[in-house]
Design a protein around this ligand. Structure first.
Ligand code: HEM
Ligand SMILES: [Cu+2]
Length: 559
């Protein structure tokens, strides 16, 4: 007989085994546990955040004086290309996939993602993308220099003459990253549709889950366009096809459509989950239900649709006919409606709440305030006459860094602090967290605010040298940039030391409502001892209704 008695299996499970939550070695394996994969994503992408940050430090070092004196101009081109590409493809996208991976199954009461192996493959493609991108520094002629947009005809040039060059490696990396993300999209959407716990109806899903669903739907409709564009460009470079090569009858503007049809909505792939994080963090630390929960949930899906109709606002200066400019100006401004709804909801949630200014709450509030500023400059840029004036200047760089740093990175920090006790079972150091917040807030505004006056004065972007009249604001931006570089140190110190020796956090240190807070910290391999039955909506703060049914009818999940 080979059948082991059930008790023996139970005993074996209680012993340390390869996938046990306290076995750190599992982070270095091809694990299919969504929580392990989530942390693998987060830690790997944070490493790339540091790499991309290092590139920006060198750029700001170059820009502290008007002359191009620190590095070669071609190196500067490579640095802004690699900075942008690493920050987007290797930090922002994957870290948010990581946070989503960790949280979504827990929040909907599932034991794992729908396709655990596919999930692991999606993750393990990320280091491949990283090696191709960063390894391109060793390619003949160095890395790609055509920016993260890789517009032809610039991207079609191949001065090194070698078939393996920076641009080809970049395109391969982008295509692989696209494949990884499409697989991730299929996985998230299937999980959210099919794996919800009993009773978890659509309008009982936390706003974060809605926002991940909205973001991943964009991946599904958008990424095929970018990936196809990248492959066609690759063929133009390597196989002599003529999709985009003007001298062979191709159309370079066509590439811009392929690129922006995905890459505008891509902004929402990054910012939607961050909106979701704000919608989770703010109610917990204000002790109030999320104001307008249903409308906030539906507005995420509205953004999914509207953001598919605005991409030409990146092409106002690409010989676009004026009827098309006006059309896309209007659709672009429409996105302000669902985003405005969310901001209203967060402010109304704060209003009259018992606000606790913990580190995640500080990052969430500052993140959406920065987003209001970015939204204002965004509406400005959506207006054709303003965009024609500031297109390709530092105004654009200022605008999108308020989104990407001021909003998205802040939201990531808010999420990491808020769920750190869940992920590790330990509490972070609040004092260090506040130091981190203060340095980040100061650094962000010193670095990116000056880019607005610079752009309005006419300083072009992507240049290693500039007219001396721009020197003042550039010095401020560079000093701010170095401060931002320093600001990650207290964060790293906090995360590492708290994980190793922080105070034990207990299962629900915030007294938050949500399925993820009902299980232990860190959660067991299959998340829940028993799949919970949900009996009420997600934000019952101050109400007297239990979140889940319990066997003995004693309510769980009250706060
Ligand atoms: C310390 C923080 C940062 C500094 C000092 C910084 C600075 C810069 C500079 C100087 C440029 C070149 C602008 C130009 O000439 O066009 C740039 C471009 C860019 N940055 Fe950042 N950045 C930072 C963080 C980030 C983060 C966190 C992200 C994304 C999550 C990001 C995304 C981008 C993108 C997409 C570009 C455009 C690259 C291109 O034109 O190909 N940056 N940044
Ligand atoms: Cu856009």
């Amino acid at each position: 007989m080979t059948n082991a008695p059930v008790e023996a299996i139970e005993v074996a499970r209680a012993q340390p085994y390869p996938g046990a939550p306290d076995n750190w070695k599992r982070f270095f394996t091809f694990s299919t546990d969504h929580k392990v994969i989530g942390i693998q994503y987060i830690v790997t992408s944070f490493f790339f955040f540091l790499v991309g940050g290092l590139f920006s430090m060198v750029m700001r070092g170059e820009l502290i004086t008007p002359e191009a004196d620190l590095i070669d101009r071609t190196v500067y081109n490579a640095l802004f290309t690699m900075h942008g590409s690493v920050m987007l493809f290797l930090w922002t996208f994957p870290v948010l996939v990581g946070i989503g991976n960790y949280l979504v199954p827990l929040m909907i009461g599932a034991r794992d993602m729908a396709f655990p192996r596919l999930n692991a493959v999606s993750f393990w493609l990320i280091p491949v993308v990283g090696v191709l991108m960063i390894g391109s520094f060793l390619a003949p002629g160095g890395p790609s220099q055509s920016g993260w947009w890789a517009y032809p005809p610039v991207s079609l040039q191949n001065p090194s003459g070698s078939l393996i060059n920076g641009q080809v490696l970049w395109l391969l990396a982008v295509a692989i990253s696209g494949v990884s993300s499409i697989m991730g999209g299929v996985n998230f959407v299937t999980t959210i549709f099919r794996m919800r716990a009993p009773g978890m109806g659509w309008f009982r899903m936390p706003a974060f889950v809605w926002s991940v669903l909205a973001a991943q739907l964009i991946q599904l409709y958008g990424l095929p366009s970018l990936t196809a564009g990248a492959v066609m460009l690759l063929l133009d470079i390597t196989a002599g096809t003529s999709f985009f090569a003007p001298e062979r009858g191709g159309n370079p503007v066509l590439y811009q459509h392929f690129f922006w049809f995905y890459s505008h909505p891509a902004v929402y792939v990054m910012v939607l989950p961050v909106f979701g994080i704000f919608s989770e963090v703010i109610p917990v630390h204000a002790r109030k239900p999320l104001f307008g929960y249903r409308v906030i949930a539906v507005s995420s899906i509205l953004i999914t649709f509207i953001s598919a109709t605005v991409w030409v606002h990146h092409m106002f200066a690409s010989a676009t006919p004026s009827w098309m400019r006006i059309l896309f100006m209007v659709t672009s401004m429409l996105v302000g409606v669902p985003t405005g709804i969310k901001i209203f909801g967060w402010v109304a949630t704060l209003w009259g709440g018992k606000i606790r200014l913990t580190t995640p709450m500080l990052f969430a509030i500052a993140g959406f305030v920065n987003f209001v500023f970015a939204g204002i400059t965004g509406i400005m840029l959506a207006s054709v006459p303003i965009d024609i004036h500031v297109n390709n200047t530092y105004f654009v760089v200022g605008h999108f860094h308020y989104v990407i740093y001021g909003t998205i990175v802040y939201g990531i920090y808010a999420g990491l602090y808020h769920w750190f006790p869940k992920m590790t079972g330990r509490m972070y150091y609040e004092g260090l967290g506040k130091v981190h917040f203060a340095l980040t807030l100061l650094g962000t505004n010193l670095t990116f605010w000056p880019m607005h006056p610079l752009g309005l004065m006419g300083m072009p972007r992507r240049v290693a040298s500039y007219d001396p009249e721009f020197a003042f604001w550039n010095v401020i931006a560079s000093l701010g940039g170095f401060l931002l570089g320093i600001s990650v140190l207290p964060f790293i110190l906090n995360m590492v030391s708290s994980w190793v020796q922080g105070e034990k956090a207990g299962d629900n240190p915030w007294r938050a409502i949500g399925l993820e807070w009902l299980t232990s910290s860190p959660p067991p391999v299959e998340n829940f001892e028993e799949i919970p039955t949900v009996i009420s909506g997600p934000y019952g703060y101050g109400k007297d209704e239990p979140l889940v049914a319990t066997k003995g009818s004693v309510a769980l999940g009250e706060a």
